[in-house]
Design a protein around this ligand. Structure first.
Ligand code: C5P
Length: 417
């Protein structure tokens, strides 16, 4: 079960300089021994039995002084106890006392995870600022229970997310770690299960919003966070591609090992993408490009006037369509957000822009698309055929997207780098 992955998480955290303390719940100890946890943590393991030992400190308060708390293999039961403020075992009492960031990494049967009670508990915890990683799509359960949204995230991703939570408190240490991570991922040591199937391919990814200035201090934009594009860039990098990420203004740091070009307007985005796409084998346009810009951008701040104001806008170039018009042997992927008639509209776009497929999403679905860590997309091909993917982390969407891209490249007569 998921608990057996805990030592892998502990080891990775320690390798990156974190000091770890372990609390094992009674359920965890049914799957993994105290000794294997203690060995991976290089220290003793706290359990409900040790909680009641006579000691000078209150163990739940000592543990709650951590800089971050990660629940690896969170069960529906622990989620429920935390969401209702129970403190009847060491783990839940610690969660009641903690003020640091909390990361839940759920692992449970897909049906349990999707139950409204479990979802309501997770939502409640999110409302208190708790973070969630996964579950992800894949095989779950030790007895081959099935494939679906019940698989726990991988130790590497858990460790990376946990360290991400420490951002701010230990910024300099994190910079060091990301350098280390870059070195590891370039040498292929980071995740040996990732095949270098994009080695030698130049992948260009656009991400984030564009800003269309009306005057030096006012602009039109949208809430795109850039997370989807950054996930595609990181996934392509980990699969051996050389990656150019052209991004609008977002708050995400540059991913190590990726060439990052930061731009503001759609016109700048076009210049950077067209230039980078020259020798690219794959272009993924996740950027939320503003459709219009000011026809006449003022060079000075416009004074406020009484009454209504009319702004004259002019359309921006369609970058994807432009690349599609001179496609060569590149694989071109777009994203589209629709509120209605999604599949038909996306298929029409794929045809018009000469894209190989479009990933369609809906801005109205909670927790996905703009700003969220998950995405729920439908792959739409130019011929109108489509495939709805379940709700996945953006990294998992990126993984599947690139799997599709590879399948398309294999069918091409010759694929450029
Ligand atoms: O037409 P729509 O904006 O819905 O198309 C979305 C797709 O086209 C996205 O992949 C987006 O990055 C791309 N696009 C573009 N240039 C534009 C508008 C959208 O490349 N001006």
């Amino acid at each position: 079960m998921a608990a057996v992955k805990a030592p892998g998480v502990l080891r990775r955290l320690r390798e990156r300089g974190a000091r770890v303390r372990v609390i094992a719940t009674a359920a965890a100890l049914a799957f993994i021994t105290e000794l294997s946890l203690a060995t991976a943590a290089d220290g003793e393991v706290a359990t409900d039995a040790t909680w009641f030992e006579p000691r000078p400190d209150a163990q739940h308060l000592t543990h709650a002084r951590a800089d971050a708390v990660v629940i690896v293999g969170a069960s529906a039961d622990l989620l429920a106890r935390a969401a209702t403020g129970r403190g009847d075992d060491l783990a839940s009492a610690t969660l009641l006392s903690v003020r640091a960031p909390v990361l839940w990494v759920p692992a449970m049967n897909e049906r349990m995870w999707e139950h409204p009670a479990v979802q309501a508990n997770a939502e409640r915890l999110r409302g208190w600022g708790h973070h969630f990683l996964g579950p992800v799509y894949g095989a779950f359960g030790s007895r081959g229970e099935g494939t679906g949204m019940g698989r726990m995230a991988e130790p590497e991703d858990i460790a990376a997310a946990a360290l991400g939570l420490l951002e701010g408190e230990s910024r300099s240490r994190e910079v060091e770690e990301s350098r280390e991570q870059a070195a590891l991922s370039t040498s292929g040591l980071l995740d040996p299960s990732t095949a270098p199937d994009l080695r030698g391919v130049h992948v260009v990814v656009s991400a984030g919003p564009t800003r269309e200035y009306l005057d030096p201090v006012r602009f039109i934009s949208n809430p795109s966070s850039g997370k989807m594009g950054f996930a595609v860039a990181e996934e392509a990098r980990d699969r051996g591609a050389s990656v150019t990420l052209v991004t609008g203004p977002v708050s995400l740091p540059d991913p190590p090992g990726v060439r990052v070009v930061r731009i503001e307007s759609a016109l700048d985005l076009r210049d950077a993408v067209v230039e980078a796409a020259r020798d690219a084998g794959v272009v993924v346009m996740t950027a939320a490009v503003a459709d219009y810009r000011a026809a006449d951008r003022a060079t000075e701040k416009q004074a406020k006037v009484a009454g209504d104001v009319t702004v004259h806008l002019t359309p921006n170039p369609d970058i994807l369509a432009e690349l599609g018009a001179d496609k060569g042997g590149r694989v071109l992927i777009g994203f589209a957000m629709e509120t209605h008639a999604g599949v038909e509209r996306a298929a029409l776009k794929a045809r018009r822009k000469n894209a190989d497929f479009i990933l369609l999403n809906y801005p109205t679905r909670e927790g996905t698309a703009f700003g969220g860590d998950d995405n729920e997309v439908t792959l739409v091909r130019p011929d109108g055929s489509s495939e709805a993917w379940p709700r996945l982390t953006k990294r998992e969407v990126a993984r599947r997207l690139l799997d599709e891209v590879l399948a398309i490249r294999e069918r091409l007569p010759h694929s450029p780098g």
